[in-house]
Design a protein around this ligand. Structure first.
Ligand code: NAI
Ligand code: 13P
Length: 380
């Protein structure tokens, strides 16, 4: 049997807005799951390449896209009649893109799914909040997808999982049913805050790990920063209203491992360049793709300040970006901290928050030992 014959017949139409590495890969996930996918691309030459050659050579070199994937630069053509709409543009451009999308979706109740992992710099809002605000729509229509999802690995059909989160279990389940295939498994939860912040925060820790790599430090430094980074992520997200379990699941620990370990990660790569001594502007110039962490650092620290959560690792990333700290001084703690020994527990527990974080860290440790299986909180 030829490969062609193995492809499922094209099913219901879904739309993906943004034809970069993740939008295109997610389009492939959906098409390989049976959907008929229409991508919206900004550039006509990219739209033509996807439709005619079934390729996206700039973002996914060497990948053949399914026959049931096409692309257009006409937003109305992409969105009209779509059963679900997935959004995958750089976070800082979401608001302007939604303004164009609004007239096309305001008289529908089509689910809108954010694939993005950033916060809006000017407002500190998560992507689902920007969607709700600009479209003035029912939050039950909105879902977010997150997890250890390095685009190129998935485009090569290497098995992975993600979590689809929505305030509405029905929306999460409908999206998870559509966004799955033999190499991509979608779990569900209703913790949108934890799921979104997991994706945002692991980018910041991945920049820190990149700095460590760039400087040339080894595994102890990285393991310490990843472990303490997970504590920072959890403290921050819980203070914003997340469930601690979510940060131990695919959208937290799972993505933290993938992004910190992989040279495919753009955040990790940006950090490596910083660690090698390049300044912020040079790094931005060298990066050909979106590294969300660079824009999220400042708003995350602002939000952390508002809820009284310390984030020493994220703070150091900001200082390296600002040029006020030598990358070689990066450590799992601020070197300006006072010398009082601290408990290893999270701020949450130290202020009487109970044993949730200790249990979560124990689970994280168990997951590391057992290869990432058994993520708490994410339901199949
Ligand atoms: N690449 C990956 O492995 C993953 C990425 N993500 C997230 O997906 C989101 C999109 O990232 P990627 O596709 O990786 O980025 P990318 O840099 O590969 O592609 C971004 C796409 O957006 C387009 N774009 C740039 N500015 C725009 C604007 N103002 N309006 C409309 N389109 C614009 C670009 O032309 C490009 O097609 C990010 O939030 C990222 O964190 C999430 C999971 C995995
Ligand atoms: O989110 C990702 C993997 O889950 C992709 O990470 P980068 O944006 O750092 O490439």
């Amino acid at each position: 049997m030829t490969r062609k014959n193995l492809q499922p017949a094209a099913g219901p139409k879904v739309a993906v807005v943004g034809a970069g590495s993740w939008g295109t890969t997610f389009g492939k996930i959906l098409a390989d799951g049976g959907a008929s996918v229409v991508m919206w691309a900004r550039r006509p030459e990219l739209a033509a390449e996807i439709t005619e050659s079934k390729r996206n050579s700039r973002y996914l070199s060497g990948i053949n896209l399914p026959r049931s994937m096409t692309a257009t630069t006409d937003l109305a053509e992409a969105l009209t009649g779509a059963e679900q709409i997935y959004l995958s543009v750089p976070s800082q451009s979401l608001r302007e893109n939604l303004a164009a999308i609004r007239p096309l979706v305001e008289r529908t109740d089509v689910p809108l799914v954010s694939l993005m992992k950033g916060v809006e710099k000017s407002t500190g809002l998560r992507m689902s909040q920007v969607i709700e605000q600009v479209l003035e729509c029912d939050p039950a229509r909105i879902a977010v997808a997150s997890g250890p999802n390095l685009a190129l690995e998935i485009a090569r059909e290497q098995p992975t999982a993600a979590v689809i989160s929505s305030l509405s279990p029905e929306t999460a389940e409908a999206v998870a049913r559509r966004a799955r295939n033999r190499y991509f498994r979608s779990f569900v939860n209703t913790d949108v805050i934890g799921t979104e912040f997991g994706g945002v925060l692991k980018n910041l820790i991945a920049v820190a790990i990149g700095i460590v790599d760039g400087v040339g430090y080894g595994e102890n430094t990285k393991a310490s920063i990843i472990t303490r980074g997970l504590v920072e992520m959890t403290d921050f997200a819980v203070a914003q209203g997340a469930q601690p379990e979510t940060l131990q699941g695919l959208a937290g620990l799972g993505d933290l491992i993938a992004t910190c370990q992989s040279p495919l990660s753009r955040n990790n790569t940006a950090g490596r360049l910083l660690g090698q001594g390049y300044g912020y502007k040079e790094v931005v110039t060298q990066m050909q793709q979106t590294a969300e962490g660079l824009a999220s650092v400042a708003p995350v620290l602002q939000l952390a300040k508002q809820v009284g959560v310390d984030m020493p690792i994220v703070q150091q990333v900001k200082m390296v970006l600002d040029g006020t700290m030598d990358p070689r001084d990066i450590a799992p703690h601020l070197t300006t901290d006072d010398d009082q020994p601290q408990g290893e527990r999270t701020q949450n527990e130290q202020s009487g928050g109970g044993g949730a974080l200790r249990r979560a860290l124990q689970r994280a440790f168990d997951q590391f030992r057992h290869g990432g299986r058994g993520a708490a909180g994410d339901r199949p």
